[in-house]
Design a protein. Structure first.
Length: 223
């Protein structure tokens, strides 16, 4: 983050743990959807999910079936990929509609009227657009709401090429994957700590000299 927030032409937000307090919603959904394979396999899935924050559910469930289930639930019958995805979506939807929206987000939108806002998430794109519309916050993201099955790298590359993301641009995220994606796209990065499930972030941000803030409302003092 090389300038004040108001100095950026584009602000790119991750969703879970940044705009919505939904990381725990997703973690519980991964556990419940894979529980038919047994508690050990489900716990292993939760660990894989947390260790790979920001990666899409499609890749995570494929990894579960190809690696985790074979290791921890060999010979045990359970849901296939489509059924896992549906069970996960069913668990997630209610949580996304009821979890907290980042305090200060609306005020930040009002204070950055000339900036273009986008969501770039590992969450399902259609699901995100529906949830944001129902929660009446979709209009804040005038640059669009984007998610899986496209990866964050693919979304950023496409939106930069089209001119939708104009630099200088800032990516606000809460995971290593967010940072790596922003760095590949040559965007500035700000790590949001308050709702992140990356518990060892302090040593990591220090090692890589990554700027961070706690809550979205803290950004109102960095305008």
């Amino acid at each position: 983050m090389r300038r004040l927030v108001t100095g950026y032409t584009t602000l790119v937000f991750d969703c879970d743990g940044v705009v919505l307090d939904s990381n725990q919603v997703k973690t519980e959904a991964f556990y419940q959807s894979t529980l038919p394979y047994g508690d050990v396999a489900a716990q292993a899935m939760v660990k894989y999910h947390v260790d790979n924050g920001g990666v899409s559910r499609y890749k995570k469930f494929s990894h579960f079936l190809e690696r985790i289930a074979l290791e921890h639930a060999r010979g045990q019958q359970g849901p296939d990929l489509g059924e896992l995805l549906q069970a996960y979506a069913d668990h997630v939807r209610e949580g996304l509609l009821s979890c907290e929206v980042a305090p200060g987000l609306e005020a930040l939108r009002q204070q950055t009227p000339d900036a273009r806002w986008l969501i770039v998430s590992g969450g399902d794109q259609a699901e995100l657009r529906d949830v944001f519309a129902q929660r009446d916050i979709a209009q804040w993201f005038d640059g669009g709401i984007f998610g899986s099955p496209d990866t964050k790298e693919e979304i950023l590359e496409r939106e930069i090429a089209s001119g939708n993301i104009r630099k200088p641009a800032l990516f606000l995220g809460d995971s290593k994957y967010d940072y790596e994606s922003s760095r590949r796209a040559k965007l500035d990065f700000l790590f949001m700590t308050c709702w992140s499930d990356f518990l060892e972030y302090q040593a990591w941000v220090t090692k890589h000299s990554i700027p961070c803030v706690g809550k979205m409302s803290d950004l109102l003092f960095k305008l």
